[in-house]
Design a protein around this ligand. Structure first.
Ligand SMILES: *[C@@H]1O[C@H](CO)[C@@H](O)[C@H](O)[C@H]1NC(C)=O
Ligand SMILES: *[C@@H]1O[C@H](CO)[C@@H](O)[C@H](O)[C@H]1NC(C)=O
Ligand SMILES: *[C@@H]1O[C@H](CO)[C@@H](O)[C@H](O)[C@H]1NC(C)=O
Ligand SMILES: [Cu+2]
Length: 431
């Protein structure tokens, strides 16, 4: 095993060769966890059980714990987790060459997370049981893990009575993706909302520094990676890297934090920025497909998307959720902007939208009763699918990360304001 690991380490160091970016020959697709069938989950279980027997879960949990303070609350948050999930995925592919980590778009389940199909018995399983909250259901049911000490894998849902407090809505993610022009803002917004909410919501091992003990971690971070890639695919952002780095202001030449147990061979952050190159040989079934050739670092071009299906909506406006409703979300937000001007700061790109180009019929006050004129497909549904407020981030989570509580609180209040504005308009969430 040790020899095998050494070979992997050497291979990944070689990927970042001196002669520049190396394009992937084969691209794998990461699918939505919501689209997995029972037999897909059985296969995931087979692969994970093998890794478990080899002690790999402990190795990854140990490394995440060791680098924790450098990869949360820091710019390395996105690149580290991108690289870390890939390392785990590559290991899984030694057992099943077709394996990819499914991503969990948790906004689909944010209202009542405990009823998510992903938490059913044939998938991740539900809440822990007994005084120790040991997980007894799902693909990791009754597992015993070795890091930080021998213990049963635990889950402790945040809401009590087997419930999980609400996570965050897709509309908030769409807002961050379009309004945050600086990566450091986007990173903080993601860490203080969807990232933390989901870890805390599941609780148990998932809520600790050794969260990779729970396979949930990889599915969640694949989704966070997908959101980063969506953000990156807006004009001028592909190579953006700033905020607190390993050595003052973050640089693309910073080395991705690593540990003896899981090492990336001193790989620079700059080498993992573009999917489809330097070993980042994957894409997501609901995010922009990687560019056909390596984009220039200074160029504004977000890359020609080789395999992109014909899109009605430009990439910069695509919603964050993989539910095929982006068009509806944008159309409805566009109409709501006329009713609540405060929404414009949350959705600046929708506000700039030229309606005729998008096939969206501009809202004319008075013209909207049952049927809008001009061929609009917008209908106000009879029951309002209202948004709900997310849960506040737990104090101990904020403390564990050394976050500034006031900054966390501000992100929370802004999220509630967005929800109020949408809730006070005719907006109906399609999710
Ligand atoms: C875990 O153990 C409990 C108690 O022995 C058992 O009822 C349950 O079916 C087991 N779960 C799995 C996934 O094997
Ligand atoms: C949204 O508005 C409805 C009334 O229109 C109210 O019942 C509901 O509590 C509101 N939701 C939030 C999150 O404020
Ligand atoms: C939304 O409506 C409620 C009740 O009408 C009001 O109290 C609240 O201030 C409104 N919020 C916003 C952001 O407009
Ligand atoms: Cu992490």
């Amino acid at each position: 095993m040790a020899f095998k690991l050494l070979v992997i380490a050497l291979a990944s160091a070689a990927l970042v060769s001196a002669q520049g970016p190396v394009q992937c020959e084969d691209m794998r697709v990461r699918r939505s966890a919501h689209s997995l069938t029972d037999s897909d989950w059985q296969n995931v279980q087979r692969v994970l059980s093998q890794l478990h027997r080899d002690g790999q879960f402990g190795r990854f949990a140990r490394t995440h714990d060791a680098v924790f303070d450098n990869v949360h609350g820091h710019s390395a948050f996105f690149p580290f987790h991108r690289r870390f999930v890939l390392e785990f995925e590559n290991l899984c592919r030694q057992i099943d060459p077709t394996f990819t980590v499914p991503y969990w778009d948790t906004t689909r389940d944010y209202r009542t997370p405990e009823s998510s199909p992903i938490l059913s018995d044939w998938a991740l399983g539900g809440n822990g049981e007994g005084p120790d909250q040991c997980l007894q259901s799902g693909i990791q049911g009754n597992w015993t893990l070795g890091f930080p000490n021998w213990h049963c894998l635990k889950r402790r849902f945040s809401g009590g009575d087997g419930t999980i407090l609400p996570w965050v809505p897709a509309e908030l993610m769409s807002s961050f993706i379009q309004k945050d022009d600086r990566l450091s803002d986007f990173r903080e917004h993601i860490e203080f909302s969807i990232h933390g909410a989901t870890h805390i919501g599941l609780g148990g091992d998932a809520g600790t520094r050794h969260a990779p003990n729970d396979f949930f971690f990889y599915m969640h971070h694949a989704n966070i990676d997908r959101l980063w890639w969506q953000w990156q695919n807006n004009p001028g952002r592909l190579f953006q890297y700033n905020g607190p780095g390993s050595n003052g202001e973050a640089q693309l030449s910073d080395v991705i934090p690593e540990d003896r147990a899981v090492s990336f061979g001193n790989q620079a952050v700059g080498s993992v920025m573009i999917l489809g190159f330097n070993g980042m040989c994957y894409y997501y079934d609901s995010a922009p497909v990687p560019p056909g050739r390596y984009p220039g670092e200074s160029s504004d071009e977000s890359g020609r998307m080789k395999l992109t299906p014909k899109r009605h909506i430009p990439v910069s406006l695509s919603g964050s959720s993989n539910v095929a409703n982006h068009g509806l979300e944008i159309e409805r937000i566009h109409m709501a902007l006329d009713e609540q001007a405060g929404l414009k700061e949350f959705f600046p790109k929708v506000a700039q939208l030229e309606p005729s180009r998008m096939g969206i019929v501009p809202h004319r006050p008075g013209a909207r009763s049952n049927k809008c004129g001009g061929g609009s497909e917008y209908r106000k549904p009879s029951t309002k699918h209202a948004l709900v407020y997310p849960a506040r981030m737990a104090q101990n989570w904020v403390k564990m990360h050394g976050f500034v509580p006031e900054r966390v609180e501000k992100v929370y209040r802004d999220a509630c304001r967005l929800i109020d504005l949408l809730n006070n308009s005719t907006y109906v969430s399609p999710y």
